[in-house]
Unconditional design. Structure first.
Length: 156
C-alpha cells in the first residue's frame, strides 16, 4: 500500500478552530529597493505555509506525486494587502481550511506581524493527476483529514 499518512498527523494544530501557523523571516531577496516586501512574495509565503500545513497533516507532496500521481495546483486566489512587511520582520502565516471537496480545497490565509494583519488571501487549490493535469480525487483519508480541519466560512 502506498504511503500517505504519517503517524501523529495534525499534532501541530490539534486545537479545533485554531489555524496552523508557519513563521518566516523577511530576507533582502524578498524586498524591493525600499526594503518593503514585494507584493508577489506574499503568494510565495502563503504557498510555503500551505506546504508545511500539508506536511504537518502527514502528507508530503513528493510522496503524493511519486506514489499517487497527484499534486495540487492553485485554481484561484484573492489577496488583500493591508500593511507592508519590511526587511528582517518575522511574519506569522496562518492557514485555515474553509471548504474541502473531492478534488479541491479552499484556504483562508493571513500574514501577520504580531497582532498586525499584513495581508489576507483566499486560495482555491485543485487536486490533479501529475501527468494529464486533469482533476483527480484526493485519497479518502486525506479528504477526511481536510474536512476534519475545515472551518465555517469567515466571510458573508
Amino acid at each position: 500500500m502506498p504511503r500517505i499518512l504519517r503517524r501523529n498527523a495534525f499534532l501541530p494544530f490539534s486545537v479545533p478552530g485554531q489555524p496552523f501557523t508557519w513563521t518566516v523571516r523577511v530576507y533582502y531577496e524578498d524586498t524591493d529597493t525600499g526594503g518593503v516586501v514585494y507584493y508577489a512574495n506574499y503568494l510565495k509565503f502563503f504557498e510555503r505555509a500551505r506546504t508545511e500545513w500539508l506536511r504537518a497533516a502527514g502528507y508530503e507532496q513528493q510522496v503524493l506525486a511519486s506514489e499517487h500521481g497527484l499534486q495540487f495546483v492553485v485554481a484561484s486566489i484573492e489577496c488583500h494587502y493591508r500593511r507592508p512587511a519590511r526587511l528582517d520582520d518575522v511574519i506569522e502565516l496562518d492557514v485555515r481550511v474553509t471548504q474541502a471537496g473531492r478534488v479541491s480545497v479552499v484556504f483562508e490565509q493571513t500574514a501577520r506581524r504580531g497582532d498586525e494583519v499584513l495581508a489576507t488571501a483566499r486560495i482555491r487549490a485543485g487536486c490533479v493527476d501529475t501527468r494529464s493535469l486533469a482533476p483527480k480525487a484526493m485519497p479518502q483519508p486525506m479528504l477526511e483529514a481536510m474536512k476534519s480541519r475545515a472551518f465555517p466560512e469567515t466571510r458573508p
